[in-house]
Design a protein around this ligand. Structure first.
Ligand code: MV4
Length: 666
C-alpha cells in the first residue's frame, strides 16, 4: 500500500475536451496543470486553460500524444508528480503506466497488472468466471484446433459469435448462423485478427439477440475498498462508436441494479483494481446480463454518471491516485434524476457519416446551467483536422426524470448552432425525438434498424428561407446607415432609393428572385417580400447574428454568412442558401489597384472615409445597379486616400470611386 501523497501538479497526456475536463477539476482542487500539445494544437483550448504547456511534436498522434518518452520527459521537465492520461491515446497502455512508475510519476489510473489482466478477452473471461461474474455461454480455452472450435460451437448452439481473443471495440468479430458456415467464418476471422492484432486466437460465444449495452462505473481505492456508481445505458452506437448515453439505464429495477453493481465490484476486485473503471455488460431481453469487457480508464460518457450522483469522478481519480480513501462508501451513493449525453461530431450523416473537417466559423451553444453541461475543447474559430477524433463537444442534460431530460435535450440541440463544418446535430435530434427511443425500446441495433428515419438529407431552402436571407442582407448592408438615421437626411438616402431591392439566389441551375419593398413604420422597418408565389410581410430587425421577424408571430432566426453562403438556423433546423454572384464588368477593381464602379448605377452607401486603414475584404462601398447591390471590398490591406462619391450619387461604369493605397507587402 502506498503512503498518502497529495498530488500537487498534474500533466494531462491528452488533448481536446477531456484535457479541458481534467484541467477544470485541477483548478477546483488548486492543483497545477500542465498541458502537452502537438503542432496542430498550439492554440487549442486545453493549452490556454492549463497553467503550463509543453510542445511534444508533430500533429500525427503517433509522433506526439502517443510517444511515451516525450510525455515522460514533459512530466520530468515540469516537475509534475502525476499524469492523467484521459481516454484513448495512452490511457490503457500498460507500458506507459509502467514507464510512469519507473520514473516516479503517479499514473492516474489502475495498476499495470490490472491493465494487463484486461488486455486479453480470453484471459479476462477466465478471471471473471472465477470471480462469479456472469459470462455469455461460450468457449475461451487454449486449444485452438479447428476440430475443437467446431465442436465447441456446435455444443453452444447457433448462432454463435466468433471473437478475436485479443480484439476489442467490435473489431475481429464474426456472426456464424449455422454449423455449415463455421469453418469458413473461422478462417476469415483468424485472418482478420492476425492482421489487426497480430494474434489469431479465437473465443466463441452464444450470440445474444437484440442486447443492450449497460455498463457499470466502478471505483476502487488503494485500501481495498470498491464501490459502484450505478450504470449507464450506451446501447445507441454506430459502428461501435457510442452516440447517445444515459444514466440510469431505463427499466432497470433496484434488484437488477444491485446484482450488476455487485458483479462489477467483484470483477474489479478480482484484478486488484484501483481508480475509475467500467465493467461492460450485455443485457438481454429477459434481464440476464453477461460480462463483455472492462475498460481501465475514465470513459467519454462519465458525465452522465456525475450528473445523477453529484460526484466529480476526476476528483475521485486524483484523490485515489494520491492514496486517499474513496470519498464515499456504497450506502452514501444514490441516483438523483436522469441524464443524457450526446456526442456532437463533425461528420456527414447523409454521406455515410464521413468525418468532416474545417473551421468552426460560427458557434452558438445553449446556456450552461444546472440542467445543461457542455464538455468541449473547441471554440468558435477552432479547426477540426484530420489528425484527431472529429468530436466537437459532448452535450449533457439532467432533469428529475427521463421524460423531462429528453425534453431538455431536444431544446438544447435546437439551440446548438454550428456553421463551417457539417455536424450530426440533426441526426441526434432525430434520435432524441424518435418514438421508440422515447418509449425506451433500446438495443444495440437501434441506429441500424432506424437508419432511414434518423438520417435526413440537408434541408433544401424554400422561398421563405430566401426571403429571410434577403431581409438579412438588406439589414446587414444598411446597419451602419440606419444608426445615422438616413431616413431623415436630405442628401443621399431617400425612401425611394431604398424601397425596391432585388436579391438573387442560386438553387441548383436556376435563379430565385426576392423583391423587397422596404418602408418605415412606427420607427420600425417593414418589409414586403415577393418570391415566386410567396408574399410575406414582416417587421424585421437585426442584432448581431439574430434576425427578429414579426409577421403574425415573432420568429428569431440566427444567421451566419460566409462568402456567398448564408446559413439560417430556424425552427430547429439549419438551411443554407446560396447568394447569386452576378458576373459584372470587371470586379470592381482595375489593374492599377484603383476601385471603380462595376456598372452604371447609384451609390448606396460609402462605408469608409479618407485616412481609414482597412484589412483585406473590408467592405468599402455599396453600389446599386439594376436593383442589385454590389459590395466593393478591399482586395488587400491598405489605406483609403480619397473617396470621390457620396451616398445617392449616380456613377458611370468604370468611374473611379475610391483612391486606395495598398500596404507594402512583406
Ligand atoms: C456480443 C454481441 C452479442 N452476443 N457478444 C460488440 C463490441 C464488443 N465489445 C462486443 N460486442 C458484442 N458482443 C455476444 N455474445 C453483440 C455485440 C455488439 C455490440 C455490443 C455492445 C454495443 C454495441 C454492439 C454492436 C454490435 C454488436
Amino acid at each position: 500500500m502506498n503512503p498518502i501523497k497529495p498530488i500537487k501538479k498534474v500533466l494531462i497526456a491528452n488533448r481536446g475536451e477531456i484535457a479541458c475536463r481534467v484541467i477544470k477539476t485541477c483548478k477546483k482542487l488548486d492543483i497545477d496543470s500542465v498541458a502537452v500539445y502537438s503542432n496542430a494544437d498550439a492554440n487549442a483550448l486545453h493549452v490556454r486553460m492549463a497553467d503550463e504547456a509543453i510542445a511534444i511534436g508533430p500533429a500525427p498522434a503517433a509522433e506526439s500524444y502517443l510517444v511515451i518518452d516525450k510525455i515522460i520527459a514533459a512530466a520530468k521537465a515540469t516537475g509534475a508528480d502525476a499524469i492523467h492520461p484521459g481516454y484513448g491515446f495512452l490511457s490503457e497502455n500498460a507500458a506507459f503506466a509502467k514507464a510512469c512508475a519507473d520514473n516516479d510519476v503517479i499514473f492516474i489510473g489502475p495498476p499495470v497488472k490490472s491493465i494487463e489482466a484486461m488486455g486479453s478477452k480470453a484471459a479476462a473471461k477466465a478471471i471473471m468466471g472465477t470471480a462469479d461474474v456472469p459470462l455469455v455461454p461460450g468457449y475461451h480455452g487454449e486449444d485452438q484446433s479447428d476440430s475443437v472450435l467446431q465442436q465447441q460451437a456446435d455444443e453452444i448452439g447457433y448462432p454463435v459469435l466468433l471473437k478475436a481473443a485479443m480484439g476489442g471495440g467490435g473489431k475481429g468479430m464474426r456472426l456464424v448462423e449455422s454449423k455449415d458456415a463455421f469453418q469458413e467464418a473461422l478462417e476469415g476471422c483468424r485472418r482478420e485478427s492476425l492482421s489487426s492484432f497480430g494474434d489469431d486466437r479465437m473465443l466463441i460465444e452464444k450470440y445474444v439477440m437484440q442486447p443492450r449495452h449497460v455498463e457499470i462505473q466502478v471505483f476502487a481505492d488503494q485500501h481495498g475498498e470498491c464501490v459502484y456508481l450505478f450504470e449507464r445505458d450506451c446501447s445507441l452506437q454506430r459502428r461501435h462508436q457510442k452516440v447517445v448515453e444515459e444514466a440510469p439505464a431505463p427499466g432497470i429495477g433496484d434488484t437488477l441494479r444491485r446484482s450488476m453493481g455487485e458483479a462489477a465490484v467483484r470483477a474489479a476486485k478480482s484484478i486488484g483494481y484501483e481508480g475509475a473503471g467500467t465493467v461492460e455488460f450485455l443485457l438481454d431481453a429477459s434481464g440476464h446480463f453477461y460480462f463483455m469487457e472492462m475498460n481501465t480508464r475514465l470513459q467519454v460518457e462519465h458525465p452522465v454518471t456525475e450528473m445523477i450522483t453529484g460526484e466529480d469522478l476526476v476528483e475521485w481519480q486524483i484523490r485515489v491516485a494520491g492514496g486517499f480513501k474513496l470519498p464515499k462508501m456504497q450506502d452514501e451513493l444514490e441516483i438523483i434524476g436522469h441524464a443524457f449525453e450526446v456526442r456532437i461530431y463533425a461528420e456527414t450523416p447523409h454521406n455515410e457519416f464521413l468525418p468532416a473537417t474545417g473551421n468552426i466559423a460560427f458557434l452558438s451553444t445553449p446556456e450552461i446551467s444546472d440542467h445543461i453541461r457542455i464538455d468541449t475543447g473547441i471554440v468558435e474559430g477552432s479547426d477540426v483536422t484530420v489528425f484527431y477524433d472529429p468530436m466537437i463537444a459532448k452535450l449533457i442534460v439532467w432533469d428529475r426524470d427521463r421524460g423531462r431530460a429528453l425534453h431538455r435535450m431536444d431544446k438544447a440541440l435546437q439551440s446548438y448552432l454550428i456553421d463551417g463544418v457539417q455536424t450530426n446535430i440533426e441526426f441526434l435530434s432525430n434520435i432524441i425525438s424518435h418514438e421508440d427511443f422515447r418509449s425506451e425500446k433500446l438495443s444495440t441495433h437501434f441506429i441500424d434498424d432506424h437508419q432511414e428515419s434518423l438520417v435526413s438529407d440537408p434541408a433544401e431552402p424554400s422561398d421563405i428561407h430566401h426571403v429571410h436571407a434577403a431581409i438579412y442582407q438588406f439589414l446587414n448592408t444598411h446597419k451602419n446607415a440606419s444608426k445615422q438615421s438616413p431616413w431623415d437626411s436630405l442628401t443621399g438616402w431617400k425612401l425611394n432609393n431604398l424601397n425596391g431591392q432585388r436579391y438573387l439566389f442560386d438553387v441548383e441551375d436556376a435563379l430565385v428572385t426576392v423583391d423587397l419593398e422596404v418602408t418605415r413604420k412606427n420607427d420600425q422597418q417593414q418589409f414586403v417580400a415577393t418570391c415566386g408565389e410567396l408574399q410575406y410581410t414582416a417587421y424585421a430587425s437585426l442584432t448581431e447574428n439574430q434576425l427578429r421577424l414579426t409577421s403574425d408571430r415573432t420568429q428569431l432566426v440566427t444567421v451566419h454568412q460566409s462568402g456567398s453562403q448564408i446559413a439560417l438556423f430556424e425552427s430547429g433546423i439549419k438551411v443554407v442558401v446560396n447568394c447569386h454572384n452576378p458576373e459584372v464588368a470587371g470586379d470592381g477593381e482595375s489593374d492599377d489597384g484603383q476601385l471603380t464602379a462595376p456598372m452604371h448605377g447609384r451609390i448606396v452607401e460609402v462605408l469608409v472615409k479618407p485616412g481609414d486603414q482597412v484589412e483585406a475584404d473590408t467592405p468599402l462601398i455599396i453600389v446599386e445597379a439594376m436593383k442589385m447591390e454590389h459590395t466593393i471590398r478591399a482586395k488587400e490591406a491598405g489605406v483609403i486616400e480619397a473617396v470621390y462619391y457620396a451616398g445617392g450619387d449616380l456613377v458611370e461604369e468604370g468611374a473611379e470611386l475610391i483612391h486606395f493605397q495598398p500596404h507594402e507587402s512583406e
